[in-house]
Design a binder for this molecule. Structure first.
Ligand SMILES: *Cc1c(COP(=O)(O)O)cnc(C)c1O
Length: 387
């Protein structure tokens, strides 16, 4: 019997789930995660999509991606252990943290993960003793000053140093699988991806001419943008120039990508409740049981701003939404148009799957939101999973 889809983001279902699981609640819709995966797969045909666990390392999402035949991008021993526990085929996993302890490498190898990333000579040398098992992608950096979080300042080698790094890897017998890059998250357009693909294509060709390894993989990273307060272009249109750039590569080069935000972001909403209210300087302040130390931590770490709404309807007036902690920085949003709220009323933050709950703390002993996943099997009404 096939069950039909339940949209857990509809008000009636939100209320039901909060009654059952309490507040604050992060409601993860696995069907939306699958839809995002399918949309990106369609926008990037022939590209193997490795879900990056970092933005939402939740078992239900990981299992949903694996069930679609997807791959995983792991960066830490904890993520390796989660993938292992969920029975992920290690051949479908890559370990992409450019800086690792020896124990992290050994843990990943013990779980069967073979492909790693390095971006400097010291890191490459760490693989000398594992050269019979491990393979490397070299991460190249492309600065994207326009991107909200520019990952190429912290990681990646300069394109002009990549060939020398590849020579070093080859000289100590480490198998070079290819190159990777990450242009930064929530990219405004695909220009950096296209530029990076062009440079990497030349580097791969130069490395193959010197027979430095199989060099048959290009990892184009993440960065695929989603709608927050403003709409971005459709993923099909965003990826069109990427498709064109990839078509220039030799057919035997396997292309992979590492989407995180694009899959996780639209798949969850954060639901919190009004704990109390006060009128201050002529404005209503509503104090929620979730805030910037919790699910709204993305406003600090990810520079995020989320579409907010109340389930109650009524005449709207500019109001303040504050988090529960005793810190003055813990204000979620000011001048939000809201009806007059009462204790227990629910506030919903949309597009809150990525880099939100994952970076939440329990400051002041306010617990992180409970995570409930819905539609892992279509029509499944919700289950809380411990991590
Ligand atoms: C964070 C991260 C990702 C995911 O990036 P998104 O922009 O969220 O898609 C992918 N790969 C690596 C190496 C990362 O650090």
């Amino acid at each position: 019997m096939t069950q039909s889809y339940i949209d857990p983001f509809e008000s009636a279902h939100i209320e039901r789930l909060v009654k059952q699981y309490g507040s604050p609640l992060l409601i993860v819709d696995c069907e939306r995660a699958r839809a995002q995966y399918r949309k990106l797969a369609k926008a990037l045909p022939g590209v193997d999509l490795h879900y990056a666990l970092k933005p939402l390392p939740h078992p239900a999402v990981v299992r949903s991606i694996l069930a679609l035949g997807g791959w995983l991008d792991l960066a830490t021993t904890g993520e390796v252990q989660l993938a292992h526990k969920l029975g992920a085929d290690p051949a479908r996993c890559i370990h992409t943290h450019p800086i690792k302890r020896d124990i992290d490498i050994r843990n990943a190898l013990a779980a069967g993960v073979k492909v790693f990333v390095a971006d400097n000579p010291d890191e490459v040398r760490k693989f000398r003793r594992y050269r019979d098992q491990a393979e490397l992608l070299l991460r190249v950096s492309f600065r994207s000053p326009g991107v909200v979080s520019d990952l190429s300042r912290k990681f990646g080698c300069d394109p002009q140093d990549a060939l020398e790094l590849a020579r070093l890897a080859a000289s100590i017998g480490v198998r070079l699988r290819g190159l990777s890059f990450h242009v930064g998250s929530q990219a405004p357009d695909a220009r950096m991806h296209v530029q990076a693909i062009g440079v990497c294509a030349e580097l791969l060709a130069a490395m193959r001419r010197e027979k430095l390894g199989p060099l048959d993989t290009l990892d184009i990273g993440g960065g695929f943008p989603i709608d927050y307060l403003s709409e971005v272009t459709t993923i099909g249109r965003f990826c069109a120039p990427i498709r064109k750039a990839l078509a220039q590569l030799p057919a035997r080069v396997r292309i992979i990508a590492e989407p995180g935000r694009y899959i996780a972001g639209p798949s969850a909403i954060a639901v919190s409740s009004v704990m109390g209210r006060a009128q201050r300087a002529g404005k209503w302040w509503y104090y929620l049981d979730d805030g910037v130390y919790g699910s709204y931590s993305g406003q600090v770490f990810d520079h995020g701003r989320y579409p907010l709404r109340a389930l109650r309807t009524g005449r709207l007036q500019p109001s303040v939404l504050a988090g529960p902690t005793c810190d003055s920085i813990d204000v979620v949003a000011e001048d939000v148009p809201l009806p007059r709220l009462r204790e227990g009323d629910l506030i919903v933050g949309a597009a809150m799957g990525a880099y939100t709950w994952a970076s939440a703390s329990e400051f002041n002993f306010f617990p992180r939101a409970t995570v409930v996943s819905v539609n892992e099997v279509l029509g499944d009404v919700g289950s809380v999973l411990e991590i």
